[in-house]
Design a protein around this ligand. Structure first.
Ligand code: F3S
Length: 756
């Protein structure tokens, strides 16, 4: 039901010829990453050698997945594309909007009440446009994708950074913004800068207390949170072959924490076993037939330094369990050094809560290994010192571990099982009610992926350490951050010294996976009759109106909205946090537009001059006043404007409010593209120093906008309030089709026109 074997067979049928052609072009053996990339070119047959880290290349991904928070705007936009169905298999997963507070059943019921409007909307749009819908409680997007859709050698994109998890099944799976997802769903190409390649050779074998999680915690230590930027990490070596498929998923999942575009592993027996265990023998058979294409050419792994931009080697036999944190996932401490490190840094040793599960670590192997420790609590007459929670990644995992008695084992140590959803991992953990912002200093350990301040519980004073589920469980039993289960003993309720035995588990459930209702709703074959209903009074959803093209006349007499000073990220342009709930309502969320940007003239945030009244006000209010007066505005910015996430709201909101142009020293590329897609002008100062010419009361005239053409700078007349004028040049990177987007009002308007 849930996967498309015909599509997979088609991908495999084309792979050989394309890979052969790429090998011939490059004149050398290929890495797995290169094979998958060259086999997924939009132009089909490779005919160009791309330069890593430089060339932008169009690709044709096989699948799209969206989670509920990001899907809202993506689907609202897709509805405008004028397509009767999505062009590639697509799924929507309801996982982010479920708060963890009491237990799975209570929390799920509450989420279904408070967010029913959003869930119903996502369900009806999915049904209408041929999108598979995973309802609330079905599981976390990445676990569900691994169980149902990921396949070796495939390429997918997803509107969530941890989409990369599917690399565990040998895919190239990449996190993107909603606008990119819409392009692919509408049948357009998807552009990516051809990545650099990092090879990680795993020698030795994991054993004892060390888990796949420790591999990525070590990689984070080596690469830091930025070290993987613009690169794909390819793992190989005997250590990789000996590891479970889900363990590989954990490693790929946290590749996002080193900034990597994605991570992947070559096809091996562990993937074959996982595919068969998850009811996909046909995919396993198809993969076996082309297995030479699903791993690098043998010469590559024999001499990796010749083929990768960087090679890292890790010996799994000597790798120690690690805890990374607090506040950053690359601050790695081997467990044997934790006592020292905690003392030196004054980290509270008492661990209040241990949390396992999430999309990163809730495989059957993870849970059964953690349960083998929980079992020892009763056997050794211990009492678990910390609170303990489990967030299963999917209903299939939850049902299976319940059937196998593992939930009972956790219940015996007083655990809380939360809903199969993101919950504590995305700050949807109601640990303190409305007192989170001033919560006490405390320590938690979890098996999730991110541990930035406030990420889990909203409390900036919570120190979160990331570790494997087995280490988290042992530490929760001991209640101490400096407990090293490899060497330390515990005193039990009889006053005896006892030792926890090494965790043991099963790679896959001995009796197979089982589930009663996985939570999947297949779309109707013909959804054309399905009505998508959005209440006009809704505060959370708003149907989009097509953007009206920005006319040449409206680009004369424009006013300055804000000259942003210093860093201006997508968070400054469209803040997250409490605004998340408005992600599907453009007009409501527009009330946060640029409220985090610093005004260069007074160094304040959200305090700009309204040139019509001379008064100062919040950016959205002042912008709405210009809009009401029919005056377009311009935003000026510094370097790397729009860095951060690929969130398209940061372009859609200014566009919705009437900003016509953004003129900066330099752009973060994805944001620049997002501005283009929304039919705006994204420009850079030809002379950086012209930034200093811009004054608070300036008016702008785009003199030669009618001659807007690729490679030709635009001329802007800047009229100052003292009557003086400057003429400046603005560079741009619009190609002919992007100029068409501008002329038609947006990229979506162009797609719609083509489909009319
Ligand atoms: Fe959800 Fe946390 Fe994973 S937010 S998708 S469980 S990273």
């Amino acid at each position: 039901m849930a996967f498309d074997i015909e599509m997979i067979k088609q991908v495999y049928a084309q792979m050989g010829t394309r890979i052969d052609k790429a090998r011939e072009l490059l004149g050398r053996p290929l890495t797995l990453t290169e094979k998958i990339l060259y086999a997924h070119l939009w132009d089909k047959t490779p005919n160009t050698v791309y330069t890593r880290g430089k060339d932008y290349v169009d690709f044709a991904p096989d699948r799209v997945a969206c989670q509920d928070a990001t899907a809202q705007m993506a689907l609202l936009q897709f509805m405008h594309a004028g397509k009767p169905k999505v062009a590639v298999p697509t799924t929507v997963h309801c996982d982010h909007l479920i708060q963890a507070k009491v237990d799975a059943a209570t929390d799920l019921k509450r989420a279904n009440e408070t967010s029913s409007e959003v869930f119903n909307f996502l369900e009806s749009v999915s049904n209408k446009y041929g999108i598979g819908f995973w309802k609330p409680g079905a599981g976390i997007i990445h676990q569900v994708v691994l169980e149902n859709y990921a396949f070796p050698g495939g390429m997918m994109i997803g509107t969530d950074s941890h989409t990369v998890n599917a690399g565990g099944l040998g895919m190239l799976a990449i996190g993107v913004g909603g606008a990119d997802a819409v392009d692919v769903m509408a049948g357009m190409a998807w552009e990516l800068k051809f990545p650099k390649l990092i090879g990680v050779k795993l020698t030795g074998k994991l054993s004892g207390w060390t888990a796949p999680k420790d591999v990525i915690l070590k990689v984070a230590d080596i690469l830091t949170v930025k070290g993987g930027t613009g690169a794909i990490i390819e793992y190989f070596g005997e250590g990789a072959l000996a590891m479970s498929c889900t363990g590989k998923g954990t490693i790929c999942n946290m590749g996002a924490e080193v900034g990597a575009t994605t991570s992947t592993f070559g096809y091996d027996d562990s993937m074959d076993r996982y595919l068969r265990a998850t009811d996909r023998a046909d995919v396993a058979d198809a993969a076996l037939d082309v297995k030479q294409h699903l791993t690098a050419d043998p010469e590559v792994y024999a001499d990796p330094g010749n083929y990768f931009d960087q090679v890292i080697e890790i010996d799994l036999s000597t790798l120690e369990p690690h805890l990374n944190g607090p506040f950053t996932p690359d601050l790695a401490t081997p467990i044997s050094k934790m006592s020292e490190a905690a003392k030196a840094n004054d980290w509270p040793l008492n661990v209040e809560v241990g949390l396992i599960g999430s999309c990163t670590n809730s495989s059957y192997e993870d849970i059964s290994r953690a349960a083998s420790l929980a079992k020892q609590v009763a056997q050794k007459n211990l009492t678990t010192k910390s609170k303990f929670t489990i967030t299963p990644g999917s209903e299939q995992v939850r049902y299976t571990i319940e059937r196998d008695g593992l939930i009972d084992t956790f219940n015996e140590i007083g655990a809380t099982v939360f809903a199969n959803a993101c919950g504590p991992c995305i700050g949807m953990w109601d640990r303190y009610g409305d007192k989170a912002a001033s919560g006490p200093r405390n320590t938690i350990v979890h098996s999730f992926n991110r541990n930035f301040a406030k990420r889990a519980d909203g409390n900036p004073n919570t120190l979160a350490f990331v570790g494997s589920p087995e280490l988290v469980t042992a530490i929760a039993i001991a209640g101490r951050l400096d407990f090293n289960p490899v060497t330390d003993t515990l005193i039990n309720n009889d006053g005896q010294e006892v030792r926890l035995e090494e965790p043991r588990g099963y790679e896959l459930p001995p009796e197979g996976f089982a589930v009663e209702d996985a939570g999947f709703m297949a779309p109707e074959a013909d959804g054309s009759h399905v009505q998508v209903v959005v209440s006009p009074d809704s505060q959370r959803l708003q149907l989009l109106e097509p953007f009206v093209p920005i006319s040449s006349a409206s680009l004369q007499g424009m006013k300055l909205l804000i000259k942003a000073f210093g860093k201006c990220t997508t968070d400054h342009i469209s803040m997250a946090g409490p605004w998340l709930r408005y992600r599907g309502h453009l007009d409501n969320i527009a009330n946060n537009t640029l409220i985090g940007a610093v005004n260069a003239f007074n160094k304040k945030t959200n305090f700009v001059k309204n040139q019509l009244t001379g008064e100062y006000g919040g950016v959205p209010d002042v912008q709405r006043a210009y809009k009401a007066a029919g005056i377009k505005t311009l935003v000026v910015g510094d370097h790397n404007y729009g860095e951060g996430s690929s969130r398209e709201h940061a372009a859609m909101q200014p566009r919705h409010l009437g900003v016509a142009a953004v003129l900066v020293k330099s752009f973060a590329r994805i944001h620049e593209t997002n501005l283009k897609k929304q039919g705006m002008l994204g420009l850079t100062f030809a002379q950086e120093s012209d930034y200093d010419l811009i004054q608070e009361d300036d008016t702008f005239n785009f003199i030669d906008i009618d001659a807007f053409a690729p490679g030709k700078p635009l001329t802007i007349e800047v009229a100052h309030s003292n009557g003086a004028k400057d003429t400046i040049l603005a560079n741009h990177t619009y190609n002919a089709s992007q100029i068409e987007w501008f002329k038609e009002g947006s990229a979506l308007n162009v797609i719609k026109k083509e489909n009319a």
